[in-house]
Design a protein around this ligand. Structure first.
Ligand code: AMP
Ligand code: MG
Length: 336
């Protein structure tokens, strides 16, 4: 049963308790209803992908109660500070480099070195964020491919029975997603047009790079998750569907690990796909370092069932194993 929580302090307290237990709670923002999880909890974040039935890991936006809290986790340029001052709380999402000590799991940003941050406007959700005192990872509260919900009833129709609770807040006054801009390059790039008009941002930034909506397809496709130059892919050779492992290989295990590897990282010894998704990016990074340190032949990945989150995990592993024309650029971006 999905609880419908009242839009008051009791509802907020219940939502906070559920979120701290790793449950998912849908909540209002001025743009659309978000499917919120404690962004510091990798398994809760993995559950977002499971509930949305996303076939791959997309980076999620992290929501903060104020700019100070957001900029504790990302490197803010002078321009970022200006934009935050002008437009937060509001429908503007800023993509910035993660700080080296950023405590959020890599799964939140689908393995990227950057993080998308925003301060929403809805008073109820700001009060919740202050009470939670952790960021909320929150994509739109609908199944993958469906329309974004702007009222609690929409969320219940889409996700009722699949999430712990919906905060019964107001309808979303803006009704379209936030505008996303990438501040890691100059000029900044418009990644997604949304609730804040491009012109308002350009008053601060000058002309933004990146396409207008109707010509967005090709350039945006290039920057989509998994194809970004800065997107994490291991340097080590990755061998999929491994049913045995050599003594000079590192093992990415799922279920009871194969014996005989030089080193092993267990995604989930009990074969739990949510746990495996939560540990995927940190596991790949660690094994990659171990392969370099011990001069191993590569990483062998045990088979993962193509069901539930297994689809997204396998998508990422397949792309990490495929020959990459951008490989050199990725290495520069990652290891420079
Ligand atoms: P949604 O999950 O529906 O709110 O959509 C989030 C949007 O933000 C998507 O278009 C993502 O691709 C984009 N996004 C989130 N984080 C990043 C990031 N670190 N780099 C680039 N785009 C991002
Ligand atoms: Mg969405």
């Amino acid at each position: 049963m999905t609880e419908l929580l009242p839009p008051d302090s009791a509802g907020i307290a219940r939502a906070v308790a559920l979120l701290l237990e790793g449950e998912l709670v849908a909540l209002p923002t001025e743009t659309v209803y978000g499917l919120g999880a404690d962004a510091t909890n990798a398994e809760a974040v993995a559950r977002i992908y499971a509930v949305k039935e996303r076939p791959r890991f997309n980076p999620l936006i992290c929501h903060y109660p104020d700019a100070e809290a957001a900029f504790a986790h990302v490197e803010a340029s002078a321009l970022a500070l200006q934009l935050a001052k002008a437009f937060w709380p509001g429908p503007l999402t800023l993509v910035l480099p993660r700080k080296p000590d950023c405590p959020l799991p890599l799964l939140v940003s689908a393995g990227l070195e950057t993080l998308a941050v925003r301060v929403p406007q809805t008073a109820l959700t700001l009060a919740l964020l202050r009470a939670l005192s952790r960021p909320l990872a929150a994509p739109s509260a609908n199944r993958s491919g469906a329309v974004s919900p702007t009222e609690p009833a929409h969320v219940l129709a889409e996700l009722g029975g699949r999430i712990a609770a919906v905060l019964n807040g107001p309808a979303c006054p803006i009704g379209v997603e936030s505008t996303v801009i990438d501040l890691t390059e100059m000029p900044p790039r418009l990644l997604r047009p949304g609730g804040l008009p491009r012109k308002a941002i350009e008053a601060f930034t000058g002309p933004l790079a990146g396409p207008l909506p109707h010509e967005a397809r090709a350039p945006q496709a290039l920057r989509s998750p998994g194809q970004l130059a800065s997107h994490y892919a291991p340097r080590a050779k990755l061998r999929l569907e491994a049913r045995e492992v050599a003594a000079n290989e590192a093992l990415l295990a799922f279920g009871p690990p194969l014996a005989g590897a030089a080193v092993t990282f267990s995604l989930s010894s009990r074969g739990d796909l949510v746990e495996a998704a939560a540990r995927l990016f940190s596991g790949l990074r660690w094994l990659d370092q171990e392969v370099a340190r011990l001069d191993l032949a590569g990483i062998a990945a045990m088979p993962i069932p193509e069901e539930g989150l297994g689809e997204a995990i396998n998508d990422r592993l397949r792309r990490a194993a495929a020959p990459r024309p951008l490989g050199r650029r990725m290495e520069v971006a990652l290891h420079a």
